[in-house]
Design a protein around this ligand. Structure first.
Ligand SMILES: CC(C)(COP(=O)(O)OP(=O)(O)OC[C@H]1O[C@@H](n2cnc3c(N)ncnc32)[C@H](O)[C@@H]1OP(=O)(O)O)[C@@H](O)C(=O)NCCC(=O)NCCS
Length: 377
């Protein structure tokens, strides 16, 4: 029997070679294909960033146009999927709907079982376009509204807001949403990406890998945290509580505060830097900085009290609320972005595949333990 002690939660374990994303958790650095996230957030677009993640280099003008065109062409759903969305209970959460619908999309993929490079890239275009359509379409269906067709003149970010609201989004809203998509697009071997790679490595199809990733993202310790942050802010507001006292009580009860802490960053999460500013700017320009101000008080307090930094989910909550987006769409929106990273990792995994099959440190009853027939137990 082995005697090594397993790292709980695989903390600090390097489980893959990857050329996609680099994080320096001590210095607070995040880079996609070597390019700093601050540069991408300031100058890039979600389309360009996705190209970078999938192909390894920034696109030229013609390449970017072709890429955006292929994405636009995929921005629709098979009618059977739309029909299926209509049969789901209106009470189903958008994240459950997304998980189920992405799985069902494989029925309508012409080469569902293919796992060669070109098929994987083609499926990545389809899923990146379709996930955004699915989230917008289900929200409109559950609200009894007509569906809104994608507009090929709009960006991926602009299209999502358009398909969701049926109103042409402002430049400010489109820009803010686009930056949020860039910031969430990839994050090395986070739980959902690892899940996607493990599934892909069995040579299961891309849809299976992405369905599994969506399941992993849903949890409140991962992507579900942005929704949990907003639930807390709404509760504080409804009760008229003081945010610092409220959070202080939670800490005294040893509860975790959603939106704080990170397995890899020991300093400010560089994505939070942008989202904090975005939350403030959007709040102030909408003359409603309430959610930002409440968040800021909590952030300062938690930093002092627990030495914990806000992570990507903390300010995305107030940012999306200020953009008028419903709370239960926050985690699906994370998926609308993270599909770019999931796809990049699935493509990379399958380009040089080996089954991912680690070992467990056995801590059960001693071997051999005698089998007792049922009558003698
Ligand atoms: C992200 C997270 C899951 C990382 O977990 P981890 O690396 O396993 O760290 P742990 O849960 O073991 O936490 C280490 C210590 O910090 C504390 N801690 C970590 N995050 C905390 C939080 N958000 N609120 C309060 N305490 C926290 C833990 O209670 C633990 O304290 P202890 O050593 O006294 O028991 C964790 O920080 C967390 O649950 N955060 C809230 C959920 C969240 O925002 N998730 C999104 C991540 S992007």
């Amino acid at each position: 029997m082995a005697t090594a002690v397993a790292a709980k939660g695989l903390e600090g374990i390097v489980a893959a070679n990857s050329g996609i994303c680099w994080i320096d958790g001590d210095a607070g650095v995040l880079a996609y294909r070597g390019i700093d996230i601050h540069d991408l957030a300031s100058h890039s677009t979600f389309e360009e960033t996705t190209y970078l993640l999938w192909h390894g280099t920034l696109p030229g003008k013609t390449e970017l146009e072709a890429f955006s065109k292929q994405l636009a062409a995929a921005r629709h759903l098979p009618p059977q999927i739309l029909e299926m969305l209509r049969t789901f209970p209106k009470t189903a959460t958008p994240m459950e709907v997304l998980r189920t619908a992405v799985s069902a999309l494989s029925f309508y993929d012409p080469d569902e079982k293919a796992v060669d490079h070109d098929s994987n890239v083609r499926k990545s275009f389809d899923l990146t376009a379709q996930i955004a359509v699915l989230v917008a379409a289900f929200d409109r269906i559950r609200k009894g509204k007509n569906l809104v067709e994608a507009d090929p003149s709009l960006s991926h970010a602009g299209n999502f807001l358009w398909m969701l609201t049926g109103e042409k989004p402002s430049e400010t809203a489109t820009k803010a949403f686009d930056v949020a998509l860039i910031l969430h697009a990839d994050h090395e071997l986070n739980a959902s990406t690892f899940a996607a790679r493990v599934i892909a490595a069995t040579l299961a199809d891309v849809h299976s890998a992405i369905t599994g990733a969506i399941g992993a993202l849903k949890g409140p310790l991962h992507g579900g945290a942005n929704e949990a942050v907003m639930r807390m802010l709404f509760k504080i507001d409804k009760e008229g509580a003081d945010p610092v006292e409220y959070v202080g009580k939670m800490l005294a009860q040893k509860k975790k505060i959603s939106g704080f802490g990170h397995r890899v960053y020991h300093t400010e999460d560089p994505r939070a830097t942008h989202l904090r500013k975005m939350s403030e700017d959007l709040g102030r320009s909408a003359h409603n900085a309430k959610w930002f101000e409440m968040s800021r008080k909590i952030e300062v307090f938690v930093a002092e009290e627990k030495k914990l930094n806000a992570n990507v989910d903390f300010y995305s909550a107030s940012t999306y609320t200020t953009l008028g987006i419903d709370l239960d769409l926050f985690t699906p929106i994370f998926a609308i972005s993270r599909i770019a990273g999931w796809a990049a990792h699935v493509i990379e995994q399958l380009d040089d595949n080996r089954l991912i099959r680690p070992r467990a440190e056995y801590i059960g009853p001693e071997y051999p333990t005698k089998y007792m027939p049922i009558g003698q137990r």
